[in-house]
Design a binder for this molecule. Structure first.
Ligand SMILES: NC(=O)c1ccc[n+]([C@@H]2O[C@H](COP(=O)([O-])OP(=O)(O)OC[C@H]3O[C@@H](n4cnc5c(N)ncnc54)[C@H](O)[C@@H]3O)[C@@H](O)[C@H]2O)c1
Length: 253
């Protein structure tokens, strides 16, 4: 069977770890030339070494996805290395600690909104022209269940939910704008995923509890998100745009 994104050029921001790592490896295994774009050079290089060791193609490019000049430099270098970008996965995001609203500083707010929302704007802007010229392209934004329905039983960090909800509006507006240019824009909304980082901060009991609350009685793995991204990047998804694909074992319907 032919590979599903054979020969396509893909940028995966936050590709050095967690969901982004699984996405980068999956796209590479399916034939894409992958740019692992991450702030963490060491981890990005590790992912690239693991990809190339399997005979697939990847390069590490350092980027701060919240900084316009850094993003432009990364995209220019990606195009110089592999050619025009076919697939952009906006994976950069997250937050480091929950803080109640009254203690959330303006700096915290700006940092989390920039990381989860502005980064997607900057990276999408940097690839949009090339995709419009090619009359093809896929932009896939990694949002979160927190951006759709914050957990009513446990507080969700407000700037994170706001950034991820903003990303959904961003996805739909950009899908409308770029649709006539045959560029699709979609989002994947994972529930809690068992990334190495999540495994570090959650004990077995809390992982079991999350799984027990999901209709599928399971907790998602990074590969589940990577498979959803691969589908949205593949030709089978060519008529899907402006969609938010939840990958959460049914946690939120
Ligand atoms: N892990 C989950 O359970 C989960 C659930 C829902 C949504 N998400 C979303 O999925 C995405 C990936 O999450 P994760 O948990 O796998 O991430 P992670 O925290 O494990 O890794 C984040 C990666 O992003 C990189 N990074 C951080 N800031 C950056 C910046 N400014 N520019 C470029 N790279 C930067 C880090 O170096 C790291 O490699 C995020 O957008 C997150 O919000 C994760």
């Amino acid at each position: 069977m032919s590979k599903r994104v054979d020969g396509l050029v893909a940028i995966v921001t936050a590709g050095g770890q967690g969901l982004g790592e699984a996405i980068a490896k999956t796209l590479a295994a399916e034939g894409a030339k992958v740019v692992v774009a991450d702030r963490n050079v060491e981890e990005g290089n590790r992912v690239v070494a693991e990809i190339t060791a399997t005979g697939n193609t990847a390069v590490m490019l350092e980027v701060d996805a919240t900084n316009a000049a850094s993003v432009q430099k990364m995209v220019d270098a990606a195009v110089a290395k592999f050619g025009p970008v076919d697939i952009l996965v906006n994976g950069a995001g997250g937050f480091t600690k929950f803080t109640p609203i009254a203690e959330t500083t303006e700096e915290d707010w700006d940092h989390v909104i920039n990381l989860n929302l502005k980064s997607a704007f900057l990276c999408s802007r940097a690839v949009a022209k090339g995709m419009m010229e090619k009359k093809s392209g896929r932009i896939i934004n990694i949002t979160s269940g927190a951006g759709i329905m914050p957990n009513p039983f446990a507080p969700t960090y407000v700037p994170y939910a706001a950034g991820k909800a903003g990303m959904i509006g961003f996805t739909k507006a950009l899908a409308s704008e770029l649709g006539p240019h045959k560029v699709t824009v979609n989002a994947v909304a994972p529930g809690t995923a068992l990334t190495p980082r999540v495994r570090k901060v959650r004990d077995a009991a809390s992982i079991e509890k999350i799984a027990s609350q999901n209709p599928l009685r399971a907790i998602i793995e990074p590969q589940d998100c990577a498979d959803a991204v691969l589908f949205l990047a593949s030709k089978e998804a060519r008529m899907i745009t402006g969609e938010v694909l939840k990958v959460n074992a049914g946690n939120l319907m």
